[in-house]
Design a protein around this ligand. Structure first.
Ligand code: NAD
Ligand code: TYD
Length: 339
């Protein structure tokens, strides 16, 4: 089987490629990635010489490049991880989010229609459901929860999801969608909460917590997400949405304090900064459907996953130090100076 993984030089796509090449040694994986600020070829370095792997630098919005890759490779499955993925950046500049996340999805699916594929899988997010109140711990997102987005990022992901379902109904395209909660683990870009706090703590820099730090996210170790996508593309029902999450809700402030403890750094590094605009309060996934239909359950507990993640950042300093010393620094100054 030949699989095109878009966005494979990013956090989850990169982890997925490593996972997939190990667990399906007869399949061929082609990574199509534009290498935006969030894409990092060094994430794929360990597999660059694997004969079952090929890297292609291209934009998913570039119809000519996408079609010529389909023509050449005749892929069986497309998994679309490519996206602009950071909520704070979407608040600064929504346009590129609509372009990549919606138009890019359209271009990929048009190529699927033209060349024929077995499966198009869209990697989506629980953020399309909006947020839940902190005082209703009994509420969870199911696949039936109405789409109700808060940020330009989540709106662009929701727009793409609706288009994917429309291509299934209108053209019969064999699609599936996964909506996962917040991931953490190796190769996570240090603009997101967990890797940012680890990198700043190691550099004895302030740890910027938005608002009061009481917002809740439902954290999943990235490999558990990769396993869920693997199950969905092979066994999931066409036309269906699957929520992915492991009932692991944590307040931001508790995560930051845990990172301080693990790294033996003082909590006095914590600095409360102006809250994010439209900040979602709580995300929480009900994973009953994927558990009942596909037997999926998370394998890594947060207590173990966060230790593994911190260990990875300690052992792979060159990976994230290179990022922090480059373009990302300009973003950091724009986002946090005087906040
Ligand atoms: P990321 O920002 O780390 O990586 C995105 C990758 O896509 C990068 O390699 C980038 O170069 C590439 N890319 C961006 N625009 C492109 C374009 N126009 N053409 C080709 N490549 C392009 O993102 P991530 O955290 O790995 O997220 C991957 C997917 O999973 C996204 O669709 C995101 O919405 C979804 N998701 C993420 C999380 C999370 O916690 N990170 C949770 C649920 C769902
Ligand atoms: P993030 O990792 O950006 O993921 P998302 O917003 O998609 O859930 O943020 C996770 C939570 O951490 C979110 O509630 C915002 C908060 N946060 C901070 O408090 N400080 C920070 O510097 C960042 C990046 C996030």
């Amino acid at each position: 089987m030949t699989i095109i993984v878009t966005g494979g030089a990013g956090f989850i796509g990169g982890n997925f490629i490593h996972y997939y090449l190990k667990s399906h040694q007869k399949d061929r994986v082609i990574c199509l990635d534009k290498l935006t600020y969030a894409g990092n070829l060094s994430t794929l370095k360990p597999i660059m010489n694997n004969p079952n792997f090929r890297f292609v630098k291209a934009d998913i919005c570039d119809r000519v490049a996408v079609e010529s890759l389909f023509e050449e490779e005749k892929p069986d499955v497309i998994i679309n991880f490519a996206a602009e993925s950071h909520v704070d950046r979407s608040i600064e500049d929504p346009g590129i989010f609509l372009q990549t996340n919606i138009i890019g999805t359209e271009v990929l699916m048009d190529a699927c229609r033209k060349y024929g594929i077995q499966r198009y899988h869209q990697v989506s997010t629980d953020e399309v459901y909006g947020d839940l109140p902190l005082d209703r711990p009994d509420l969870f997102f199911t696949e039936e929860t109405p789409i109700h987005t808060s940020s330009p990022y989540s709106s662009s992901k929701a727009g793409a999801d609706l288009l994917v379902l429309a291509y299934h109904r209108t053209y019969g395209l064999p699609v599936t969608i996964s909506r996962c909660s917040n991931n953490y683990g190796p190769y996570h870009f240090p603009e997101k909460l967990i890797p940012l706090m680890i990198a700043n703590a190691l550099n004895d820099k302030p740890l910027p917590v938005y608002g009061e730090g009481i917002n809740v996210r439902d954290w999943l170790y990235v490999e558990d997400h990769c396993r869920a996508i693997d199950l969905i593309i092979h066994k999931g029902r066409v036309g269906e949405v699957y929520n992915v999450g492991g009932h692991n809700e944590m307040r931001n402030i508790d995560i930051v304090k845990l990172i301080c403890k693990e790294l033996n750094k003082p909590e006095s590094l914590i600095s409360y900064v102006t809250d994010r605009k439209g900040h979602d309060m709580r995300y929480a996934i009900d994973p009953t459907k994927i558990h009942n239909e596909l037997g999926w359950l998370p394998e890594t507990k947060f207590a173990d996953g966060i230790k593994k993640t911190i260990k990875w950042y300690l052992e792979n300093k060159e990976w994230w130090e290179e990022i922090i010393s480059g373009e990302y620094q300009n973003y950091y100054e724009r986002m946090y100076d005087g906040r």
